[in-house]
Design a binder for this molecule. Sequence first.
Ligand code: SF4
Ligand SMILES: [Zn+2]
Length: 122
Amino acid sequence: MPECPKCHQKVQFTDITCKYCRTELKAFGHPGIPLHRAEGETLLCDTCTYDRDDTCTYPQRPYAKTCTMYQNYLDVDNNDLDPPVYKTPGGIKGLQIWCQRNPGLITLLALIGISFIIVLLR
Ligand code: SF4
Ligand SMILES: [Zn+2]
């Protein structure tokens, strides 16, 4: 587990700031390189230059919520890049992506299922 460079307390890989001393944290494993983070339900790839010019080979594309390589396409000169059209993958891959994006719903469904089992066993 990474530690805060200032107070040396353990922090999570995904922490934006140290919860002990409030130091702004960079991506673990990439010292000095900011880790860009999507806000809310948005995805970074939707506005990324490397998605629009189709040069990104990161496995998290096109569903990246955090990324060290992100560059907003509005910040570069070539603003006439059209967003690529994605087909949502089906089968196991599609199910995996859906599960990654809906952990709260899966937890809720699991709790409902467990509740049903408990009621049925009484
Ligand atoms: S560089 Fe990151 S944000 Fe940009 S398209 Fe690739 S995975 Fe998405
Ligand atoms: Zn700290």
